[in-house]
Design a protein. Structure first.
Length: 420
């Protein structure tokens, strides 16, 4: 999972690898390794294309679903080319010269044929003086160019006589009829969507957000109307964000949510014509430690036998789940005997004190079912993944391969479980 220039990767470089088939530098998206991070003038020569582009070129439908901002590193890997992952909106580029576009603008201006876009990140699509329907003021990260990219997206679909819906809450989402909708834009939060454990907590969410399982189902229902097939990226991105805060209760609830999304995708597709790939872009410094007895609560203190709490050399108990680094490190470990370690708010202990936990650099798993799934086995470089998906769905460099003549219809559903 390494980036071209870092042993332990970030999500921008890894997204480029498994979506574009090319290893690149940390913090850059949709470009090769000749890019210089943060240098706009190095972008043009370094631009590359993704499996989303290859699929569009063959007439397939394409979509992106995430629980992060739709301009975040992983979803942006399908459509953006940028020297800096943090250029999500034009307010992030006030000191940038050279004519580079922010990621939100690239999505709307340069990718009008992405049929499904769902996630968070409204703030980068609305003017700075606009009122966000859920959060009110948009001054923190609103667009400085005064453009309303949501309106521009809708106007483009009107002009092209396309059936479309824009939704920003769960109620409106539930009214979307896939049979009558060819383009769907859902921006359900000003920033990232809520953690799954917080979706129904009124302290965090008042307007309501759809579950990632339901977004996945609706996306497939819309995209699968195309007889030429489709490509779909689904990211459970809040899994990663919770780990950065050393809060595995939140993270693992999002893992369960992602598992439900994968199960839904498998249940409504045919493994004879749909390739489903589930992987992570990187790991975290997250460990399952000690020798806990079977049945010991995963969020509880380490216990090796009934009625016994295991103690470390400092005579304090410790949790089964720990982090190698992160905000949970202190010079003296706290006594956890009277601490609710199962709380979603609890920050788990870590060894090295950092303001945020980092990614890990070890290999990650990849699972696949469907056409050409047998090609995903053993140890592979991360940038191998999109070549398998492209080969299976007859797009990109593989559109004229001999096996493509066997069937006029090829579907490739890339359902990605991203810990990053």
């Amino acid at each position: 999972t390494y980036n071209q220039d870092h042993q332990t990767p970030d999500s921008a470089g890894t997204a480029t690898a498994y979506l574009c088939g090319v290893k690149t530098n940390m913090g850059t998206i949709g470009v090769d390794a000749q890019i210089v991070r943060g240098h706009c003038d190095t972008t043009q020569a370094a631009k590359i294309t993704s499996i989303l582009d290859w699929s569009l070129a063959e007439g397939k439908s394409v979509g992106v679903v995430t629980t992060t901002r739709v301009t975040h590193a992983t979803p942006a890997g399908t459509y953006a080319n940028t020297a800096e992952r943090n250029w999500e909106g034009d307010s992030d580029m006030t000191h940038v010269t050279g004519g580079c576009k922010d990621i939100a603008l690239q999505l709307i201006e340069e990718n009008p044929d992405i049929q499904v876009i769902m996630g968070g990140g409204r703030r980068f699509f609305l003017p700075v003086d606009a009122t966000d329907p859920e959060r009110g003021s948009n001054t923190a990260h609103g667009r400085l160019d005064g453009r309303n990219l949501i309106d521009e997206w809708m106007n483009d679909k009107k002009r092209r006589h396309k059936s479309y819906r824009y939704v920003w809450n769960e109620t409106d989402f539930n009214t979307v009829d896939p049979a009558q909708t060819d383009f769907l834009l859902g921006l359900f939060e000003s920033s990232h969507m809520q953690y799954d454990i917080d979706r129904n907590d009124p302290h965090y969410e008042k307007a309501g957000e759809p579950h990632i399982k339901d977004m996945t189902e609706k996306a497939i229902q819309i995209l699968s109307k195309n007889p030429k097939g489709y490509f779909l990226l689904v990211e459970g991105g809040k899994i990663d964000l919770a780990h950065h805060g050393s809060r595995p209760v939140r993270s693992l609830h999002d893992v369960v949510a992602m598992d439900l999304a994968v199960d839904k995708a498998a249940s409504i597709t045919n493994n004879q014509d749909t390739l489903i790939v589930v992987t992570a872009d990187h790991s975290h410094t997250f460990v399952i430690s000690g020798y806990p007895q079977r049945g010991n609560g995963i969020f509880d203190l380490m216990s090796s036998r009934p009625g016994y709490i295991s103690l470390a050399k400092d005579h304090n108990p410790y949790t089964t789940l720990l982090y190698g680094n992160g905000p949970g490190a202190h010079s003296t470990r706290a006594d956890l005997r009277n601490v609710d370690t199962t709380s979603k708010h609890y920050t788990y202990q870590s060894a090295v004190p950092l303001s945020a936990e980092t990614h890990g650099g070890e290999d990650v798993a990849i699972f696949a079912r469907g056409p050409m799934a047998h090609l995903l086995h053993g140890v592979r470089e991360q940038n191998y993944i999109p070549h398998v998906m492209a080969y299976a769905s007859c797009v990109g460099d593989y559109n004229a391969h001999s096996h493509c003549a066997a069937s006029a219809t090829h579907h490739s559903t890339a359902t990605s479980n991203i810990f990053g």
